[in-house]
Ligand binder design. Sequence first.
Ligand code: SAM
Length: 222
Amino acid sequence: MKLVPNASYLFPLLALVAAGCGSSHGHGGPLGHRFEDAEEWAPRWNDPARDEWQKPEHLVELLEIRPGMTVADLGTGTGYFLPHLSRAVGETGTVLALDIEADMIRYVKELAAKGGLANVQARVVPFDDPEIPEGEVDRVLVVNTWHHIPDREAYSKKLARSLAPGGSVAVVDFTLESEHGPPKSERIDPERVAGELRAAGLAVRVVQESLPDQYVVVASRP
Ligand SMILES: C[S@@+](CC[C@H](N)C(=O)[O-])C[C@H]1O[C@@H](n2cnc3c(N)ncnc32)[C@H](O)[C@@H]1O
């Protein structure tokens, strides 16, 4: 059965859309739309009501995130996923919280300190490079961020190199059909995302029905 978001948590989602979450043609020039003020976005992105449609624990299960793993949250924003990822990898694991915006990284460092998320390492990365050493990560989670990356085939190759044996990248974004999410003209067909990741030599599967409004493209190191 397809869940339909109700008004109580649709508001923050609509606000997110209206503010151009999906825009790659905003005021940021070659970097696309910029998210420079974490406090402006945190109430919407970190709204606990988001759990109902984003299903973070379901994603942790789907991606088989296990204790001891190193997981990157690429485009971490205000760190909505960090408590879930931190708990899943446990004391022996590491979560890399990566974003191009210095204020997002400032915010998630404070969030991690306040929440006792000792296994979270947050850092600013360039728009065209996750700067993850070769073979370092078991999972890369990319939620509502893939469409902001300009040259995605080149970027996919960098992500593929960063994966440990058995590692995978998961791109989560709004489906073309969904009534929610960024303007339809700015969404990316999951098959196109799959092609971009496949071009980097990864084995790709598209999961369509797992979340109410989003697809999940999982790309694994063969
Ligand atoms: C719509 S937010 C999503 C935040 C978070 N993933 C979530 O789902 O709550 C997109 C984030 O990606 C970041 N971002 C945009 N382009 C990026 C890039 N090329 N590399 C890393 N982060 C990027 C933005 O600064 C922003 O914080």
